[in-house]
Design a binder for this molecule. Sequence first.
Ligand code: GUN
Length: 284
Amino acid sequence: MTVLDGNLVAKQIKDEIRRAIAGYAVKPKLVVILVGENPASKVYVGMKDKACAEIGFASEKLVLPASASEAELLALIDRLNADDTVDGILCQLPLPKQIREHQVLERISPQKDVDCFHPMNVGYLATGNPFVKPCTPAGVIEIMKRYQINLSGAHAVVVGRSNIVGKPLAQLLLAEHATVTICHSRTKDLAAVCRSADILCAAIGKPEMVQGDWIKDGAVVIDVGVNRVDDATNPRGYKLVGDVDYAAAAKRASYLTPVPGGIGPMTIAMLMQNTLELHKRRCG
Ligand code: GUN
């Protein structure tokens, strides 16, 4: 079994980007918006900001209180859309309940939509002509490519149908000529469908739900889940586990992503790549 090392591959990609922008007079700029106090979101936003600093991108982190209104957030997005120094705008999800996610994601200019969440960019993705790809799904594809895993003709099973991961990941796998099945909470005999996968992608959000005997011998297993579970032995009081029972999966899989250190760092690397791509499109 080969561990798909997201930390290693993400570092390679970030090094490539750092070299690519070395001669730029104007550096790409990403703005990340955080609304409220979601602890996981705070961590993710901090990691995105840190990655920009490491690479040499300009970045700004804007924090609004949990009580912020939708109108306030939309006004902020309008200002950033009009700001010529800003290449990418990312609004961290989830948003507080008084703010409608669709309104926000549709307000971010498609030209600055680093997440590829705007319906226009989702449409480009679905029709096979995207100029950016959603970061987490793009990270899944990229890590498999860097380990020379063949996707063409493979049966890829995606467990989870979110707009952030499951649905766009299915699109990208299809574009790589995989045969794609999307499963979810209503899927009948989920274990049997998973067992038919050459490539099994878990993006469910349930700690260690995918069992060892759901995995075909020699399958590639991609664990997108990042779940906090209580752990009294850990100084933080919790530990991170994926959607896959890692120890059991390691006995069956040919390739497996760890949590942490798998798809998480790849997501950030792809965000950096998208920021560069949007900068190049805007600035020539
Ligand atoms: N929340 C969880 N994942 C993501 C992501 O990739 N982008 C944004 N904006 N919010 C998220």
